[in-house]
Design a protein around this ligand. Structure first.
Ligand code: FAE
Length: 524
């Protein structure tokens, strides 16, 4: 089905994934106790499942989204970006892509049927958060940019973590297992698909800003095949935020395939964990809703486990723990839960530039103004298939502001205490860089893409981080304070900012924590 070559091991992994799903989908007499349960199937969760499975520990993963491996009526697993349908979004009446208008027209978003689609946008009062839903979490919808953060900033953000061990061992391990690769220089410099990136690079250089080539989990050999016309197009068909049909080494093809290959890991899809309670014997019981892809409740189950790993992401994990604390389900949880959240300083902006009508959906360059201006700006595509005269950027900035999640008993959900003005340091920093780039290149900000008159989009993030901080809500390895055998393994451990796109850090940190936990807490 997927258009790139898979090794036998990889193929076996994919088969195991599909087989695991079938069993899950149909089995009635299922085990309701697992030695370990992992909630979610994103980066942190996938690392936990692989390392537990390798140690022979029977592990069940519970994922609220779908397994994305069945083609729809158009023969594709994921819907096109420019012609989205119900597969695009998680229970929305209308798509919610970050660009609101194109060429001044409100043509980007359109009505869709409510369905368990792949991209979610969660709205809080002054900040919205994009998330991936499905087996692979954010890896299904993200730009694949695989960035190892600058060591000195990593040390500033996570001083309690031994950076030597991270940079010598766990970052290389994460990059290898995620199958990170880098675009071939000759391809980058010659292909029309990256003209937009080369032009943006030159214009940044005119203003004195350097750029970096950013590694990615998209298979660049496949992309070159797309450009030659020998492989089916995915990145070169503008696919990204609603999923890539080919070429992307999302977690279902790497960590999760490896985890299933251990024979000890099972994934249950469309299983939404609502509640976590601790039993008098120290085991955990989860209340789980199993729904169909249209949202119809099929059953409510209780699943027990001895070791519980929370990998539901910054929002999901924090919500589960706050609900448990406020309802008295997990007595002794710390007051720190819910604190230390941040959007990784994300600001989107765009300026006038001729980028070409062919734009690869996978970004490969970033403006690195971190040392002078605390801005690292990914040069993002506008893969509209027409010349839009826009150069788009997702900037990551250093912003000390933090938000706090609270449990709302009325809705049984969470609220985020985050005010719009907390983004001011980020917008100021981004303005500093792009005012200069505009001045030097006689370009202007685009004020027609994020809503009329708006040049900085500072009210959403792709990079939610924090809520259960390492060393505060948990110990130095993600063990939740006040609870035995309960672990956090995802982006909620990282305090609000990491200075780069975060999934490599989330993965490497989970590798480090699991390495300790499997050695000391699990008797195998
Ligand atoms: P995550 O990947 O969000 O996985 C959490 C999983 O848990 C999801 O599958 C949820 O459906 C599931 N879940 C949540 N609650 C429950 C529950 N109660 N019961 C069962 N399942 C549940 O967590 N990062 C980069 O480094 N490079 C990029 O280029 C990049 N581009 C991005 C572009 C977009 C559009 C988006 C949305 C994100 C992007 N990111 C990027 C961010 C990256 O994907 C994100 O940091 C990680 O996915 C977070 O990993 P976690 O393991 O924390």
């Amino acid at each position: 089905m997927r258009g790139f070559q898979v090794s036998r091991r990889r193929f076996l992994g994919m088969t195991a994934l599909a087989a695991g799903m079938t069993t899950i989908g149909t089995a009635r007499a299922e085990t309701d106790f697992a030695e370990a349960v992992v909630i979610g199937t994103g980066y942190g969760a996938a690392v936990a499942a692989l390392r537990l499975g390798e140690r022979g520990i029977r592990t069940t993963m519970l994922e609220m989204g779908q397994l994305w491996d069945q083609p729809g009526p158009d023969g594709k697993v994921f819907c096109p970006m420019l012609n989205p349908d119900r597969r695009a979004m998680w229970f929305k009446d209308r798509t919610e892509a970050p660009l609101e208008t194109l060429l001044g027209l409100p043509i980007v978003n359109r009505p869709i049927q409510r369905y368990a689609g792949v991209l979610d946008k969660v709205h809080f009062s002054e900040m919205s958060v994009y998330l991936g839903r499905g087996v692979g979490g954010g890896s299904l919808v993200n730009g694949g940019m695989a960035v190892t953060p600058k060591r000195e900033y990593f040390e500033e953000v996570l001083p309690e973590v031994d950076s030597g061990e991270m940079y010598d061992r766990f970052f290389p391990l994460a990059n290898k297992t995620l199958r990170v690769n880098t675009i071939r220089g000759a391809f980058l410099e010659s292909t029309s698909w990256y003209q937009y990136a080369r032009t943006a690079r030159r214009q940044a250089a005119n203003a004195g800003y350097g750029t970096q080539v950013i590694p990615n989990v998209y298979d660049f050999a496949h992309m070159e095949g797309e450009a030659r016309g020998t492989k089916p197009k995915s990145a070169l068909a503008g696919e990204v935020i609603y999923g890539n049909n080919h070429g992307k080494m999302s977690l279902d093809k790497t960590y999760l395939a490896d985890a299933l290959n251990t024979g000890n890991v099972t994934i249950k899809t469309l299983h939404h964990v609502k509640r976590i309670r601790r039993q008098p014997d120290g085991t955990y019981v989860l209340t789980v809703e199993h729904r169909d892809p249209f949202g119809k409740l099929l059953s409510t189950k209780e699943i027990g486990c001895r070791h519980l790993f929370l990998g539901a992401g910054s929002l999901g994990t924090t919500e589960l723990l706050l609900r448990a604390r406020e309802n008295g389900d997990l007595p002794g949880l710390s007051d720190e839960i819910g604190r230390g959240w941040g959007p990784n300083g994300n600001v989107m902006t765009a300026r006038t530039m001729i980028g070409g009508f062919q734009q690869s959906g996978m970004p490969v360059l970033a403006i690195d103004a971190w040392r002078d201006r605390s801005v690292f700006a990914e040069i993002a595509p506008v893969p509209a298939g027409v010349e839009t005269l826009a150069s788009l950027y997702l900037a990551i900035t250093k912003n000390p502001e933090r938000g706090t999640f609270h449990y709302d008993r009325g809705t049984d959900g969470i609220t985020l205490d985050w005010r719009r003005e907390q983004m001011e340091p980020s917008v100021r920093a981004v303005r500093g860089v792009f005012d200069e780039i505009n001045r030097t290149n006689l370009s202007t900000y685009r004020a027609d893409l994020f809503g009329i008159g708006k040049v900085f989009s500072d009210d959403f993030t792709y990079h939610p981080l924090g809520g259960c901080l390492l060393g505060r809500a948990t110990d130095a390895y993600g063990r939740v304070r006040g609870q035995k055998n309960l672990y956090v393994t995802d982006g909620s451990l990282i305090p609000g900012s990491i200075g780069a796109n975060p999934f490599v850090t989330i993965t490497a940190l989970a590798e480090r924590n699991l390495s300790r936990i499997t050695a000391t807490d699990l008797n195998h």
